[in-house]
Design a protein around this ligand. Structure first.
Ligand SMILES: Nc1ncnc2c1ncn2[C@@H]1O[C@H](COP(=O)(O)OP(=O)(O)OP(=O)(O)O)[C@@H](O)[C@H]1O
Length: 325
């Protein structure tokens, strides 16, 4: 199956929220640098004494486009309440993997579960739990911010009597309340991204999936997008699965990261543990960055990236810049 088979599905993977389904809401809000859950501590009971739930479980996932393997035996677990970063260079397989999690692509081999629901056999249950911000534009430049979010509220079956308040709440949560009645076509790149975040939040998802949420944005806009993601996450306790090329963002905002290369996870853990481990292996007193870790685990396979200088997708950067310009 090709990506083009499902062009319209990106923007609409979620439907109505199920408030009663959220036993861990607020249980894990806001762990930051000093108290990030480590790989081992995630297996321990949470602050409420209960075991932390697995939000996403991926086992042996494989996906190929024709003869080209995009995901090659992916294993990872995202724990309820954490911000989990899937990192990797262009073509690593990140988008393909998360599209399998969102049910937008089938799972030809392996298994993917979201809060215990199999994405293949329990597709609608999975969709009800998700909010998804794809790389592609999901906001309509010809509508106001409020109309854009209201459209999602209708699509996702938010009860009519609650819609106006829920739309206003979502816009407020991403800092767009004051410009809600302006056409989205007049928004800056960062504002468009925050509008798309509001659209994804309208269904109060337990799991928010963001594909390159800050690609093509300037540093201030990037910070603005992340500030709102983290604020919403702290208020709701939702789990966040995010792909990014920006190692600095992953280091700053993600509780754990998986470094993906050529369809597989090459390293997984908290940013601190990954960099500490490399420091110990090197033993030369230098302080490695996450990018150093990546180069260490991916080896010569990253040679092509040196030509571009950074883990940056120029093609997509341009696409994002064009759509908001
Ligand atoms: N629709 C498609 N048809 C054929 N090959 C595809 C398609 N989509 C992705 N691929 C290939 O699958 C591999 C993984 O792509 P994918 O988009 O999942 O990687 P990625 O890590 O998300 O990269 P990027 O950072 O560029 O988005 C790449 O080799 C890509 O060329």
């Amino acid at each position: 199956m090709s990506d083009d088979d499902q062009p319209q599905q990106d923007a609409t993977p979620v439907t109505d929220p199920r408030d009663g389904d959220r036993p861990h809401e607020n249980a894990l809000t806001g762990p930051r640098d000093g108290d990030r859950p480590g790989e081992d501590t995630l297996k321990d009971p949470g602050p409420d004494g209960r075991s932390r739930e697995e939000a996403v479980t991926v086992t042996g996932l494989r996906y190929a486009f024709g003869s080209s393997t995009a995901v090659d035996g992916l294993d990872l677990t995202v724990t309820s309440g954490e911000v989990f970063g899937l990192l990797g260079p262009n073509g690593a397989g990140k988008t393909t993997a998360i599209r399998c999690v969102t049910t937008l692509l089938p799972v030809p081999a392996g298994m993917v579960k979201v809060f215990g629901h199999d994405v293949t056999t329990d597709r609608m249950a999975v969709r009800r739990l998700l909010g998804y911000v794809p790389q592609q534009l999901s906001a309509d430049a010809g509508l106001t911010g409020r109309e854009n979010v209201a459209l999602f509220a209708r699509v996702f079956d938010v009860p009519r009597r609650e819609r106006a308040a829920r739309v206003a709440q979502a816009l407020e949560a991403v800092g767009l309340a004051e410009v809600a009645d302006r056409m989205a076509g007049t928004y800056s790149g960062g504002m468009v991204r925050r509008l798309e975040l509001a659209q994804a939040l309208i269904s109060s998802p337990r799991l928010l999936i963001l594909d390159e949420p800050t690609i093509g944005l300037d540093p201030i806009a990037r910070t603005g997008v992340w500030d709102h993601i983290m604020a919403v996450r702290a208020a709701s306790g939702m789990t966040v699965l995010v792909t990014t090329h920006y190692m600095d963002e992953a280091d700053q905002y993600c509780d754990r990261v998986a470094l993906m290369h050529q369809g597989r996870v090459r390293a997984l853990g908290t940013p601190r543990r990954l960099t500490d481990d490399l420091r110990a292996r090197r033993g030369d007193g230098t302080s490695p960055t996450l990018e150093d870790v990546f180069r260490d685990v991916a080896g010569s396979g990253l040679d092509d990236l040196d030509k571009g200088g950074e883990f940056r997708d120029v093609r997509r950067t341009r696409r994002t810049a064009a759509r908001v310009g």
